[in-house]
Every structure is written in C-alpha cells, then in structure tokens.
Design a protein. Structure first.
Length: 255
C-alpha cells in the first residue's frame, strides 16, 4: 500500500482561495455582459421584491435551491430544529421576520446583524487569527463557534488572546445569491423562506427535498460551464473577493 499523501494546510488554503476566486467571477459569455444578480436586485424596490416573492415564489422549488450543494444555505442554516449551526434556524422565530427583512438579509447580509450572530476576530499571542461567533464568554476563556459542524468549536484562554475586535461584516458571505441563475430563482428562494418562517418546522419538514429530488435538480447551465471562460475572466478583483471570503469563513480550518 502506498503511503498516504499529506498536503500542507497552507497549500490547501491557497488552493481554496483560488477556487473561491474562480467562483466569484460571473459566468462568461452571457453573464459577463450583465452585473451580478445581487447588484441587479438591489437596484429594485425591495418592497416590490418581497411582495413578488410571496405572490410568485414557488416554495417547493425554493426548497430545492436552499438544500442544493451549489447555494449551500443548509450548511449554516437549518430549515428545522438542529443544534450546532452558525446561523439561525429559519423555521423557528420568537419574532418572525418580515418579507422585506428576508430579502435584505440575503442581498445584504451585513446590513442588520443580530447580536447573537455578530462575528469577532481574535489574535492570539502565537499570531493565529480566529474568526467566529462567541457562544460563551467566561472569566478565564472564550468559547467560539467557527463553523457549522459539531467540532467547529474552539476554547480560547484569555491569557492566550492578544487582541480582539467585533467585525462589521456578517459571517455570511455577500454575493451568495449570485449562484442563482435568475430573478425567479431568487423569488423562489425567498418564497420558501417565507413559507417555513410562518409554517414552522412542520412546513420545513414537508418541503424538504429527498436525495433523489436534489440529484434530479441540476440546472442545465451548471452542467455546461465554460471553465476556460471562467479562468479567462479571472482578474485581481476576483482574487481579492475570494480571499476576503476565505479569510472570513475558511481560514479557521484550512489555515
């Protein structure tokens, strides 16, 4: 048996920055001639978008988008009760969000951040940067959630912390909606969120797609990506956006 190849964490980190940068580029050809979806939608009347999401959004299709690997909402948000997530459970609210709030939270995640989900950055005496959400602040240590997994929790001793600051940006990356293909996709996604926020966990469970449904739900545009075109359109700004997302979300695990 050949020995297992071990890839240095720093190299993995660089590779992830490159991959994120690539996917921050708009799709070539048709999309290269138009602005990103989030910027287009932000120019519209938010009240109108929210109203159309309620009236025209297809919740069943929105559920498929929510749970799809491409958009990946489920990685940080649960549609129904689930512990150890870095984002709120979207079917359980003490005060259900308005339709407008749901639209704004997707298009501009940093506009309003609940205190319980406001991220911080810690610099340790060893020079390590940690980004996450403090879930418990004690006399001798801080417990930090750095990701959605059950193991994504760190304990930082106060004596090991050199400095810390509260971040003005949400841990949810901006531009996430640009994975979607159309305005109707966006309306469907918001329509789904409206349904489960009002209907609760039972509605979320009813709408949750099966594995078979998810496998069948593959937009044709995603299956025919012009990879050479994506790389051709890669520029310095794309890399910088990817690096910002990586530093906010990925670096805790990948260095």
């Amino acid at each position: 048996m050949s020995p297992r190849r071990i890839i240095p964490t720093s190299l993995i980190g660089r590779q992830i920055v490159i991959l994120v940068a690539i996917f921050c580029i708009h799709h070539p050809t048709t999309q290269a001639q138009r602005p990103p979806l989030d910027q287009t939608l932000l120019q519209e009347d938010i009240q109108l978008l929210a109203r159309e999401a309620r009236q025209k959004g297809i919740a069943r299709r929105g559920a498929l988008l929510f749970h799809s690997p491409g958009l990946g909402c489920w990685k940080c948000h649960a549609a129904d009760s689930e512990a150890n997530l870095i984002g709120p459970v979207l079917s359980e609210w003490t005060n259900p969000p308005s339709d407008v709030h749901l639209v704004e939270s997707i298009l501009d995640p940093s506009k309003v951040i609940a205190d319980s989900y406001r991220a911080k950055q810690w610099l340790t005496v060893d020079g390590e940067n940690i980004v996450g959400i403090p879930i418990e602040v004690g006399e001798n240590e801080v417990i930090v959630r750095t990701g959605p997994g059950t193991s994504d929790v760190m304990r930082l001793a106060n004596e090991d912390i050199e400095a810390n600051k509260t971040l003005a940006t949400s841990i949810m990356p901006s531009g996430q909606v640009n994975v979607l293909q159309s305005r109707q996709d966006f309306l469907d996604l918001v329509g789904y969120l409206i349904e489960i926020s009002e209907g609760g966990p039972a509605t979320a469970a009813k709408l949750e797609p099966t594995e078979k449904e998810l496998l069948a739900f593959s937009p044709s545009e995603d299956l025919n990506l012009d990879h050479s075109g994506i790389i051709r359109d890669w520029n310095k700004e794309s890399y910088q956006r990817g690096q910002e997302i990586y530093q906010r979300v990925c670096q805790n695990c990948h260095g």
